[in-house]
Structures are given as C-alpha cells and as structure tokens.
Design a protein around this ligand. Structure first.
Ligand SMILES: Cc1cc2nc3c(=O)[nH]c(=O)nc-3n(C[C@H](O)[C@H](O)[C@H](O)COP(=O)(O)OP(=O)(O)OC[C@H]3O[C@@H](n4cnc5c(N)ncnc54)[C@H](O)[C@@H]3O)c2cc1C
Length: 437
C-alpha cells in the first residue's frame, strides 16, 4: 500500500453527479480527487435530458460540446392505449419561454464530456479505481481503493461526496438505503438501428412515452441514427420471464402496437440489458463529513427523464456546500441543511405524479390537458425540470392537483380499481419492512 494521498474533497463516482461536483470544486481552487471504477467513455442508460440541464451545461462550460453530440429534444409525446390519440407537449409552451429544448444524448459521450471538463479544471480523476472501504475520522474520512492493476491506494480528506450512482456506496454501507414502498419497477432496454423518425426536425428528437398494461416504454431517438427503446415494467412482469431476455424484450415490445409500428423494419443494434427493482432512497442526504448526490441518494422512476438533472444539480450543490464549509467551517450545519432541502426537493416535486401515473384521472389530465389557471403551462415547466428557480409553477400545479382529486372522485370506481392493481403490483415485489416515504 502506498502512503496516504490527501485532498480537500474526495468523490466516489465520476458520472454526472461526481463530475459536476468535481468541476465546480476544482474551479473554485480546491484539491479534489475523483475515484471512478470504470473508464470513460462507458455505456450508461438515461439518454433523455431536460431543458433545465442546459443552464448547468453552460455553467460548466460544455454547452457547445453537448450541442455537438446531442439531438435537440423539443418536446414529449405521450401515447395511451385508452385514448385514441398521442398527446404532444412542447417545452416552448411552458411558463418560461426561453428554454424551449433539451437534448437526447449517448451517455457515454455526455459523461465523458463532463469528466474531462472536471479534469481540465484541475480535478484529479483516477479511472479504473474502485473505492472499497470508508472510515470516518473526527476530522474527515479515509477511503481505501483498489486499482485494476491490483494496487491498493488510501485517500484522506476532510469531506467525501458519494456520487457512486446505483451502487449507493455509502447508503449500502451505512444501512440507510431503503426500497421505495410507493413505487417499484424494473427495466429492459436496447438500442435499435433503422427505427422510425419524425420528419419534422422540431419533432425528430421528441421522447415518446407509450403506456401499456404492464408499465410503459420510452422511445428516444439519438443523434447518430440509433434509437434507445426501453420497457419499464412492474416487477411481477419481470419475475414472470421464462425466456431469454432478448426474446422477452422483443415480445414485450410487440404488446404495444403503436410502438411496434415504429420499430417495423428496425434491428437490434446492441445487447438487451435489464435493471431490477430500482426505486429506492437513502434516509439521510448527509452526515458530518459526507454528502450523497444523484442516484447515490435516491432514485424513483425515469418517466420524466429527471435523473441526470438531479445528479448534476445535487453534484453542483454539494460542491457549493463544501466550498462554503472549507472556507468557513462554522457555517457547516446551515450549509448542510440547505443542501438537504435541495436534495429532497427534486424527487418530491416529481414523485406525486409518478405514484399516480396509472390512475385514470392522471392519464386523462395528461392526454387532454387544459390550461385554466395556467395549469398546462405549469405542467410543462415541471416536465422541463424547471423546479429550482423562480418560475411560478407551484400555484398552478396546486390547482392541477385539486382538479386531479375532483376527477378521481368522479371516476371513483375506475380509480379504486387502478389503486388496487397498483397495490397488488407493489405487494408482488415483496417490499422490505424499512421503506421510504
Ligand atoms: C432504466 C433507466 C432509464 C433512465 N432514463 C433516464 C433518462 O432518460 N433521463 C435521465 O435524466 N435519467 C435517466 N435515468 C437515470 C439516470 O441514468 C441517473 O439518474 C444518472 O445516471 C445518475 O447520475 P449519477 O452521477 O448519480 O450516477 P451514475 O451516472 O450511475 O454514475 C455513478 C458512477 O460511479 C461509479 N462508481 C460506482 N461505484 C463506485 C466505486 N465503489 N468506486 C468508484 N466508482 C464507482 C460508476 O462506475 C459510475 O460511473 C434512467 C435510469 C434507469 C435505471
């Protein structure tokens, strides 16, 4: 074992959360080390971004590079089997008119841009280096890591940021990670070549969301002509699989005729992959010497494409928090509380909608959106990820929720049936006793 290396902040994980945190900290002159177990570029699922990502790209100085690899995404299209039409939402129609688009990206490209930017700003990035153990000291943390060569390294720093994604490095070790008892799903996904494209350039990059009996599908066109397609299904549906994953995936796609139509003539261009029960949260966003960011803190469901936004936002916020703590240690408690509020805000803003997505009233409001009290515009602002700033979305969204409850009463029989089915689907996932609210 070599002697201990020191840093001001140690970051475990070089995805969007870790790289954003590293870039901001390095820019502010701190010594920051990122441990990343794999090597960029590496595959990652999660290719659809939100307009609210763009100011973060600008802030990190990579807006032009992201534009060069991304396909502009001007909106979202929802397809429901019980409605005879698709419903298209344009980001330009949201309350804020100056962020009309986002991007669809290959994550291997986006994540490489982010981590290289952090390195260019002065962060020390060690790829192929996996954090193994952590020890909390009175004045910081000590982390033991292992390189691919087998070499073991030790690091010491006053602060640690966990940005290890779904590996949940700290949440798993500290026992604070819990399954989400309100939601649970699994996903199968792959890339296709030769899939259908919208001819209108203002719609080519739209993400398509297709609901079906066992969950929903995403359809994400990418800039290089490939299309990412995934099925997000209730766990019982995955458990029922008896055939090889690629066969099961293709059979599942065939259950949704409008999606199957888009894939007629297309061919699989990647392996089919799957991710199991993936809604969870950690009980705490921070401890005395650490902060959790991105998926290392919580993950609910990708239906609103919010994961990369949360990761980058909490990554930047963690960096600002620790910048403040390193400069003025007495302010730590207040800075950590502010970080905690921001960490909870994102998942909370979206979870109410995610938990009710299967209810008839919610489907109706999405498929036949109306704009009294600017409800439709506010819903679009939410879909754009515009939840952290000054845009006045909360009043109209309260009106939307009230309307939802009124419509649920009017469709009480169908609502109760949808709730019963959802409950049964969650029970089938054998929820653990410790759960997240
Ligand atoms: C099926 C599915 C579809 C999704 N679709 C979307 C979407 O369309 N849009 C969207 O915005 N989000 C989507 N997401 C969510 C999105 O992928 C994540 O929220 C996002 O990647 C989180 O970023 P992160 O930096 O927190 O974690 P990650 O991107 O997972 O990065 C974590 C990094 O930590 C590294 N690491 C882990 N453990 C260690 C260790 N011990 N030592 C060193 N390094 C380690 C990993 O190698 C990885 O590079 C989707 C998620 C799923 C499951």
């Amino acid at each position: 074992m070599n002697c201990e290396r020191s840093a001001d902040v140690l970051i475990i994980g070089g995805g969007p959360a870790g790289a954003s945190a590293a870039a901001v900290l390095a820019e502010r002159g701190h010594r920051v080390t990122v441990l990343e177990k794999s090597h960029h570029p590496r595959f990652h699922i999660g290719e659809s971004l939100l307009p609210a990502n763009l100011p973060l790209f600008e802030r990190l100085g990579i807006e032009a590079e992201v534009r060069a690899v991304g396909l502009p995404k001007w909106g979202v299209e929802f397809h429901s089997p019980s409605h005879g039409h698709a419903q298209s939402f344009r980001f330009a129609d949201s309350l804020r008119k100056d962020q009309p688009h986002a991007y669809e990206v290959r994550r291997s490209e986006l994540d490489t841009l982010l981590i290289r930017r952090a390195a260019a700003l002065g962060a020390s990035v060690l790829e192929g280096c996996r954090a193994r153990e952590v020890e909390f000291l009175s004045d910081g943390v000590r982390v033991q890591a292992e390189c691919e060569s087998g070499e073991r390294l030790a690091f010491r720093a006053p602060y640690l940021i966990d940005a290890s994604g779904r590996d949940t490095f700290l949440g798993s070790r500290l026992g604070t990670k819990r399954r989400n008892r309100h939601h649970n799903s699994s996903a199968m996904y792959a890339h296709f070549a030769g899939a259908w494209r919208h001819e209108d350039p203002r719609r080519t990059g739209d993400i398509g969301i297709f609901w079906f009996e066992h969950g929903w599908f995403w359809y994400i066109p990418l800039a290089d002509g490939a299309t990412s397609v995934g099925a997000v299904v209730w766990p019982y549906y995955m458990k029922a699989r008896t055939r090889p994953l690629p066969d099961y995936f293709l059979e599942t796609l065939a259950l949704c005729p409008p999606l199957a139509e888009r894939l007629r003539g297309a061919r699989l261009a990647s392996a089919v992959e799957a991710t199991g029960n993936y809604a969870y949260g950690c009980g705490r966003s921070h401890g005395e010497r650490y902060l959790l960011t991105g998926d290392a803190y919580t993950f609910i469901d990708p239906v609103f494409s919010s994961g990369v936004l949360f990761a980058m936002k909490t990554g930047c916020a963690a960096a600002e928090t620790l910048d403040e703590c390193l400069r003025a240690p007495a302010r730590r408690a207040r800075a950590f509380r502010r970080f905690d509020r921001l960490s909870r805000h994102g998942p909370r803003a979206f979870s109410w909608y995610i938990y009710r997505m299967t209810r008839p009233a919610m489907r109706q409001l999405f498929m036949e959106p109306r704009n009294p009290l600017r409800m439709r515009e506010a819903l679009l602002s939410l879909l754009a990820g515009d939840i952290y700033g000054e845009t006045p979305i909360w009043g109209p969204l309260r009106a939307f929720r009230t309307l939802y409850y009124v419509m649920s009463v009017l469709t009480a029989r169908r609502t109760l049936e949808a709730m019963r089915l959802r409950r049964a689907a969650l029970d089938a996932a054998s929820i653990e006793p410790g759960t997240v609210r």
